[in-house]
Write a protein that binds this ligand. Structure first.
Ligand code: ZN
Ligand code: ZN
Length: 420
């Protein structure tokens, strides 16, 4: 055996070990799977190697049944090319109803992210918009169980050739995949000695940040940076959250891996001023760049983008709540993901690289006793309601954020993108 062959062999072994660690962390820390619990997983065919490792880890942790719903990019594109135009308002409602039934009967939910960020970039935006809307409507009852944290769930990423090529267009396919895997392992703490322990420490740190903000009870946040002069009111009785959460079924899960954010609920009628995005937004296969929007009384009254403006307009026209905000999140510029300097074209990573806001649906768990309130009571506190929830990045090393108290005094919260 030559030295090169030996080291290639070693690299393969090291990769397999890390993949297994990632699967273990996803099941034990991310999902907090309970012995005897069912698991419903979604993955693209390109994520098969990780899906299999997670399946093994889930069974080892006592899962009663693991069911994986696989999607295929090629098949998705065939619909856009060959299906009748009038069929794009249709979604597989029976499938989403089935997922909802599984969650209600106690199943946990794991999604493997990592699809081609540009998959639908060249498809008809009208078809894309209609198909997305149909899926949002069909999935809503099941998704609500997730957004209300009634079940334990998590999202973890798998490197795929198309995603790697989008991130590293200059590299050969294998080298691009290696780089993307390394970035995933690094940002999900798999490269650390004891990944499970490292996650526990990190989780405690995020909880502490959220607790401090909850003590402060700011009425609003003020953002100042290049192209941004923005005042964002927080919902009445808002709660800051970060890291893991105890789901309604009593299980502790960390819903996103990686996660670096502390987040809360903005008041849907209290956003004023102009915000400029600091990163492109990859939205369901399309890139939207140079977003700049102006808010009045919580509602977007002007929206521009240097690229993908039409998609942005379709997005904010989805429904009444799509022009209002459902999430506010703070992330220091020194987060490992920001530190990597990479743009992942994937919200799971990019939202953890910068402070952000999200258009659309609010997380009811971000208001005190939110899960016990009726939709009317939630709306009265300022919770936004929409079919969409789309995060976009507004943080950078040039952004300053103040917390505004009920007495209208400003306290510095972040300076040049870092916690004060
Ligand atoms: Zn977020
Ligand atoms: Zn979000």
């Amino acid at each position: 055996m030559t030295t090169t062959a030996a080291s290639t062999q070693e690299q393969k072994l090291a990769h397999a070990l890390k993949l297994d660690k990632l699967a273990e962390v996803a099941v034990k820390v991310g999902l907090g799977l309970r012995a005897g619990q069912e698991l419903v997983m979604t993955a693209s065919l390109d994520a098969l190697p990780l899906a299999r490792r997670i399946t093994e880890q889930a069974y080892r942790a006592g899962a009663s049944l693991v069911t994986t719903l696989y999607s295929d990019d090629e098949a998705t594109l065939m619909r856009y090319h060959f299906a009748p135009t009038e069929s794009f308002d249709h979604a597989a409602k029976w499938l989403y109803d089935g997922m909802g039934a599984a969650f209600k009967s106690g199943a946990a939910r794991l999604a493997i992210a990592g699809g081609n960020p540009a998959l639908l970039a060249n498809e008809d935006t009208d078809k894309v918009g209609r198909a997305n809307r149909a899926v949002s409507q069909a999935y809503r009852p099941a998704l609500e169980l997730i957004t209300r944290h009634e079940i334990n769930w998590t999202i973890v990423a798998c490197a795929t050739p198309a995603w790697a090529a989008a991130m590293f267009p200059e590299d050969a396919p294998d080298a691009a995949m290696d780089k993307l895997w390394e970035a995933i392992f690094e940002t999900t703490r798999i490269n650390q000695q004891d990944p499970v322990g490292a996650w526990k420490t990190h989780d405690a740190d995020l909880q502490m940040r959220a607790a401090r903000l909850n003590e402060k009870r700011y009425a609003a946040l003020r953002y100042r940076g290049p192209g941004t002069d923005f005042l964002l009111g927080l919902a009445d009785d808002h709660v800051w959250m970060g890291g893991g959460t105890t789901a309604g079924n009593g299980l502790y899960c960390i819903p996103n891996m990686p996660t670096e954010e502390v987040f809360s609920m903005p008041h849907k009628e209290r956003a004023e001023g102009t915000v400029t995005a600091t990163k492109p937004l990859s939205h369901q296969g399309t890139m939207i760049e140079g977003i700049q929007v102006r808010f009045e009384k919580g509602c977007i009254v002007e929206a521009h983008a240097t690229r993908g403006e039409e998609v942005l307009r379709k997005l904010i026209d989805t429904d009444e709540g799509a022009r209002r905000l459902g999430e506010v999140a703070l992330v220091p510029h020194s987060s490992p993901i920001a530190h990597s300097g990479m743009l992942f074209y994937n919200t799971l990573f990019d939202e953890n690289a910068a402070s952000h806001i999200a258009l659309g649906q609010a997380y009811t768990s971000c208001v005190r006793d939110g899960d016990k309130l009726t939709p009317e009571q939630l709306a009265a506190k300022g919770a936004n309601d929409s079919l969409i929830h789309v995060d976009w990045m507004i943080g950078s090393e040039k952004l300053d954020i103040d917390g505004i108290t009920a007495e209208e005094t400003a306290e510095p919260l972040m300076r040049q993108g870092e916690w004060v």
